[in-house]
Design a protein around this ligand. Sequence first.
Ligand code: BTN
Length: 255
Amino acid sequence: MSNHFGNTRKHVEICTSTNLLAAEWARAGTPEGAVVSTDFQTAGRGRLGRTWDSESSHNLMFSLILRPNIKPEHYGQLVLAAAVAVSDVLSKALAFEVVQIKWPNDILLDGKKVCGMIIETVSGTDALILGIGLNVNQPTFPETLRQKATSLAIFSGKTFDREVLLGWILESLETQLHHLYQKGVSDARRCYLAALAGLGERITLRESKEVIHQGILAGVTEKGHLMVMEKGGIRVFVAGEVSLSDFYATAESPK
Ligand code: BTN
């Protein structure tokens, strides 16, 4: 039987986190490509220990089981390939409006986050879980998020069929990831750099809200790590939160 992404799928109306359900499923031996989706999460997991909150039944929240046949040191390329796969679909859905990627894999519209992704390992297995949250038809966001978050509907004034979008995203992920598995390297990096927000601009990098570095965003390495230019040359970072706009506003000094 062909094992296209999404051929095996579970949808639950409510759960703690689709990443947790997918991890359980992966532990039971479920193959790559299986998907868990939901309408509402009570404990959605975000990057860097954050939570992911999403209004019920408006958006897409799903997790995909991956069993990549590439070396763990190349896993960073999965992040690049996944970001490019989703941004390609959004660009098509939005009639080629500008869709940007904020390192490592936030997708931005008008500088606001419309999609977040998290890749987690499943201990004791060769599986990874790619969890994606895409704000689709959510009409508003709480005041505290309004400057930072958006949805496809807010951006375009249209509503979208979540199932159709999910199908396109899974197909695009399958194409990008299988290419990576076959070649051992992804050619997504070129597309990633073309969509990278802040390339050539001053950025601030934080970890746990502390400024760890400021400099010019110079790109990403083949492994998907962030390259920041400073007087002494290029420095490479594997983790952190990039801010694009507050280089001059911050009074904190880099460590
Ligand atoms: C981030 O931007 O911090 C990543 C957010 C990822 C959210 C998605 S929603 C579906 C899946 N299940 C989770 O618990 N998290 C991911």
